[in-house]
Design a protein around this ligand. Structure first.
Ligand SMILES: [Zn+2]
Length: 475
């Protein structure tokens, strides 16, 4: 049976259409297809073509690799593709297709070119569970299977060229909220921003940039996606490594309507912020300030960092080495929250200035700002306890009360109360903002506790519980 299928496959190429400008059936040789990070070897008789604004790629090799069961009926010009229990049925020259027993309409009819059947991109990506990306400049089609088992061949895949990443800028985080794309890059990168239509989208290219922490599994051609459900006008945000050498990260923001969107970008506190401000005079609802499709933006600020160690603990601990790991635990928990978009003022041992931290939160129109610190009174090593600061605003006090209560409950440190403090990050931020002094690094017992993963995990859960309670309450 397998042999028959393979023989059938050999005479069958399904092609994927991709939005692209061009004219009928122009051959675009040297196009690469990268499936799950591996470049597929295209037989010499198989070419990627450009057909009426669609880049069409042969999927025979893809289908083979994904173990799709494909049947081609010459007489009826029908292709049927079986994937797990799902059957897709397509006919050459007909826009109407069937998924199981449901009719679907393709935007382009499958076509036979040199024994090659072509189908549109969306059909493949939506119906066959493939994530698809297209790098027009580099002519790379990226396909990512989600539910399909990996290759049968047990021999290890040829290693992706071991690129020395040391020289490239690194992306450590990507998020999208308040009509703003936020990319954490460890170096100032000048993005190349391109507006494209059909579908409307904004392409943000970051030259000489690769993925840092978030992208260890993202090889060239594979892709990640952000959850943008409920965000006005935005249908998809995806990101991929499109080039290895020189490295290049590409983020694509797909939108319903780009015509009234004004794109601007700035770089604050290690974050590239691409702002998609919508002019108000159009029919699309402009998302209200501070509200992004129900998602709340939480800015987590690990105190100090880089050249600024913060206070020094009784065992010569540097405060920055306590604040960052705790803040990263908070980030990890917040990333699990579907209604929260978390943005860090820093993810590594760097020093954003206080005005930068404030500006980041204000620019993002964040809903909550939480700065994490450790206390110290060298002259009084017996002093212990948790204290929480806010400045003036009642909303900040409310947030402080809630988070503080959770911290006291979780850690059991002495309750040093919620206090009003004229601190720059609290005074100059425009949203509910708190500064947490979790405990005293100048006290030996508390210092050891604060440096332990178990206490940090408790603190992280307490902070997240507090933020969630506050957001829930203020809705
Ligand atoms: Zn501090």
């Amino acid at each position: 049976m397998k042999k028959i299928v393979c023989a059938l496959l050999f005479s069958l190429f399904l092609l994927i259409a991709l939005p692209h400008s061009g004219h009928a059936a122009t051959a675009t040789p040297q196009t690469k297809i990268i499936l799950d990070g591996q470049e597929l070897v295209l037989p010499s008789d198989v070419e990627v073509v450009n057909l009426n604004n669609n880049v069409m790629i042969p999927i025979r090799v893809v289908a083979e690799n994904l173990k799709f069961n494909v049947k081609w009926d010459q007489k009826s010009q029908n292709v049927s593709i079986e994937q797990n229990a799902k059957v897709l049925s397509l006919n050459v020259g007909k826009k109407e297709a069937r998924v199981q027993n449901e009719k679907v309409t393709l935007n382009t009819a499958p076509k036979l070119i040199k024994n090659t059947v072509v189908v549109p991109l969306r059909f493949v990506s939506e119906e066959m569970g493939l994530a698809v990306s297209w790098n027009n400049k580099e002519k790379i089609v990226g396909l990512t299977s989600t539910e399909v088992p990996p290759l049968v061949d047990p021999t290890p895949a040829p290693a992706v060229p071991d690129v020395d990443n040391a020289g490239w800028n690194k992306v450590n985080d990507i998020s999208f909220a308040n009509q703003q794309l936020v990319v954490s890059v460890d170096t100032l990168v000048t993005p190349q921003i391109t507006r494209l239509s059909n579908p409307d989208r904004i392409v943000v290219d970051l030259p000489n940039t690769t993925f840092g922490d978030i992208g260890s599994t993202l090889q060239q051609g594979t892709m990640g996606k952000l959850d943008v459900s409920g965000i006005a006008n935005v249908t998809e945000v995806r990101y991929a490594l499109f080039k290895n050498d020189p490295a290049q990260v590409r983020v694509v923001i797909e939108m319903n309507n780009l015509s009234d969107v004004q794109v601007s970008s700035q770089y604050i506190s290690g974050k590239l912020i691409v702002d998609l401000a919508m002019t108000a005079a159009i029919g699309i609802p402009v998302s209200p300030v501070g509200n992004d499709g129900g998602k709340s933006i939480v800015v987590i600020d690990p105190g100090h960092g880089g050249k600024d160690p913060g206070t020094i603990g009784i065992s010569n601990t540097q405060e920055k080495d306590f604040t960052l790991p705790l803040a990263l635990k908070v980030q990890a928990l917040l990333l699990q929250e579907p209604d929260i978009e978390v943005v860090m003022t820093r993810e590594t041992d760097v020093y954003p200035t206080r005005p930068e931290r404030v500006q980041l939160a204000n620019t993002l129109n964040a809903d909550v700002f939480v700065s994490i610190h450790g206390n110290s009174v060298k002259a009084s090593p017996q002093t212990t306890g948790t204290e929480t600061y806010y400045y003036k605003r009642s909303s900040s006090k409310e947030l402080a009360d809630i988070v503080h209560r959770h911290l006291i409950e979780a850690l059991g440190f002495k309750d040093r109360k919620v206090k009003n403090g004229n601190l720059e990050v609290l005074r100059n931020t425009t949203m509910p903002a708190v500064l947490l002094e979790i405990g005293f690094l100048s006290n030996l017992v508390e210092e050891q506790a604060m440096l332990s993963d178990s206490v940090q995990n408790k603190a992280a859960h307490a902070i997240v519980d507090g933020i969630k309670e506050f957001l829930h309450q203020s809705q």
